[in-house]
Ligand binder design. Structure first.
Ligand code: OOG
Ligand code: MG
Length: 253
């Protein structure tokens, strides 16, 4: 089992092209083992010099759940190698997609169980608008929940917007994002799309980590999940997310 976990983590981490789902050859892969693969991949990343900087939630909005055919949120790890500085070119990826997200920076440790949206929000120092670039290692973005968990939630890169605000200064359920592709608005949503309020997603992260004996640490970033469906990031095209109070983020494919 342990050998299988290490081999799967290594194989997924090294993929440079889309390939088969893990569950094609490991049909009884369960969620706990999938998270163990994810943890092992984080260990491998740390071994090659990356630093853990937070977590992301995935599949927290109905738009994302419906599109991916997976109706349960997930957690995955963020490292410093996933940060895309403003204006930086994106490296070669497999089949990148971009999605607008609300991103929290934690001022205090947040440890479950029993964390509510209100206590979660009280631990946040700043909220940003951001774009996550996902890049599933699976063919055609087709996966089961254990597959996508093992693949660290399809994570690749993310960029933060220019404006950080204390969360008490905004109603995040009403914070809007407009998604623009090459000058056309293609989708819109507000923070309420994410579990009713992005702080609910943050509470979910703290409570899920607690079940694995872990907590959210001060200074960590938490990506709360795509507010809209993701859009393809084609070479030569430009995806922007415009937030109502948190500025704009632009990514060039
Ligand atoms: C899984 C990752 C989902 C989100 O924000 O919902 C995610 C995927 O859609 O490939 O990052
Ligand atoms: Mg995402």
């Amino acid at each position: 089992m342990t050998a299988g976990i290490t081999a799967a983590a290594q194989e997924l981490l090294n993929r440079t092209a889309e390939s088969a789902q893990l569950t094609d050859t490991w049909p009884d892969l369960d969620l706990a083992t999938a998270y163990a693969i994810q943890d092992e991949a984080l260990r491998l990343r740390q071994e090659r010099g990356e630093t853990l900087i937070g977590v992301k939630l995935g599949l927290t909005s109905r738009a994302k759940q419906q599109r991916m055919g997976v109706a349960e949120p997930l957690l995955a790890w963020l490292t410093d190698a996933m940060v895309l500085p403003a204006g930086a070119p994106i490296p070669q990826l497999i089949h990148p997609r971009a999605e607008p997200e609300l991103v929290f920076v934690l001022g205090e440790r947040l440890s479950g169980p029993g964390v509510t949206a209100a206590t979660a929000l009280a631990a946040v120092s700043q909220v940003y608008g951001g774009i996550e670039i996902i890049d599933s290692r699976y063919r055609d973005y087709r996966f089961t929940l254990p597959d996508v968990v093992a693949d660290n939630g399809s994570s690749a890169l993310f960029g933060l917007g220019p404006v950080g605000r204390p969360p008490s200064s905004l109603d995040l359920s009403l914070e809007a994002a407009l998604v623009e592709v090459d000058g056309q608005i293609v989708d819109t949503a507000t923070g309420a799309a994410v579990q009713g309020h992005p702080a609910e997603a943050l509470a979910l992260a703290a409570n899920s980590l607690a079940a694995r004996g872990l907590a959210l640490e001060p200074g960590w970033l938490v990506l709360t999940g795509g507010m809209t469906d993701a859009v393809e990031l084609r070479p030569g095209s430009r995806v922007a997310a415009h937030f109502s109070n948190l500025g704009s983020v632009t990514i060039s494919g």
